[in-house]
Design a binder for this molecule. Structure first.
Ligand SMILES: [Zn+2]
Length: 288
């Protein structure tokens, strides 16, 4: 990935004060010249798009699973046994992939297969470039209150549904900031432009999937009351890819961490996501 920095736009137009002294050659304004400097930044996605698993059939929907955090960014760390969010999210993403592949009806890609760092824009950027039909970012929350527990599904909104959602979004969005340098680089105005361009349809489809995911997850795992929330997560900002962020539980809660760190628990999460994905695409196919 190349970041292009516009250094300067030079204009040699003469000012009225000097007009009399300027030679004729300078009376006419020379063409504006732009100087550009390109600096490479480390990007896993730039090396190539993630591998797609499943049937070799481009007509099947593509689901991109995004294991949150990775590399130098561990995400939340549990006070119960030091379980790291980046490991939990990758294990869950892998379980979801296996469950989805069993259906034979979707193709699946993971934004990261190992313990590597990705900037947030590369996560949804990969999904966009692959023309994904659904993007699911997997996370696990943490809170000061050890009693806080259960899963929550977030979809994109400029306006957070509540203060907790806003705090969580700003924490998750910090993944791009290392030593004060913002690796993502999208400033507030770019973000709002993206939001403006977001098709209503994409947001509707995301919200429909969020509801479906909660419905399918409720019998399998702990889900919070008021479990569909809205906030401005950078990772959900692809304007044309329906996207949700699934906080699968709290690493600060002893029961949640035991559940998420266990194979059986992860399978329950995975089955919930897989059945929601199946119903989602069946409905969309029927609606055509
Ligand atoms: Zn997270």
């Amino acid at each position: 990935m190349l970041v292009t920095v516009l250094i300067a736009t030079l204009s040699f137009a003469s000012t009225p004060d000097f007009a009399g002294e300027v030679s004729l050659a300078f009376r006419a304004e020379p063409p504006k010249r732009r100087y550009e400097v390109s600096a490479p930044i480390r990007s896993a996605v730039a090396k190539g798009l993630p591998k797609i698993s499943g049937p070799d059939d481009n007509s099947l929907p593509l689901v991109v699973l995004d294991a949150g955090h990775g590399g130098h960014d561990p995400g939340a760390i549990s006070p119960h046994g030091g379980v790291r969010e980046k490991d939990v999210t990758l294990a869950i993403a892998r379980s979801i992939r296996s469950e989805l592949l069993k259906t034979g009806r979707v193709r699946v890609a993971l934004t990261r297969e190992g313990d590597q760092f990705l900037i947030l824009q590369d996560r949804y950027g990969a999904a966009r470039r692959m023309k994904a039909d659904l993007f699911i970012s997997i996370h696990a929350d943490s809170a000061e209150n050890p009693g806080a527990n259960g899963g929550t599904v977030y979809t994109l909104s400029e306006v957070a549904s509540d203060r907790e959602a806003q705090r969580l979004a700003s924490r998750e969005n910090k993944s791009d900031i290392i030593n004060g340098v913002n690796l993502g680089g999208a400033d507030a105005s770019v973000s709002s432009i993206l939001i403006d361009l977001t098709q209503r349809e994409t947001m509707n489809v995301s919200a429909q999937f969020a509801k479906l995911l909660l419905r399918e997850a409720t019998p399998n795992m702990r889900i919070r009351t008021n479990s569909h929330r809205f906030a401005s997560f950078i990772v959900l900002k692809a304007p044309d890819t329906p996207s949700v962020l699934f906080e699968t539980g709290y690493l600060s809660n002893e029961d949640d961490v035991r559940f998420l760190a266990s194979e059986a628990g992860r399978q329950k999460v995975a089955r919930s996501v897989a059945s929601a994905v199946q119903v989602h695409f069946a409905r969309r196919l029927a609606a055509r």
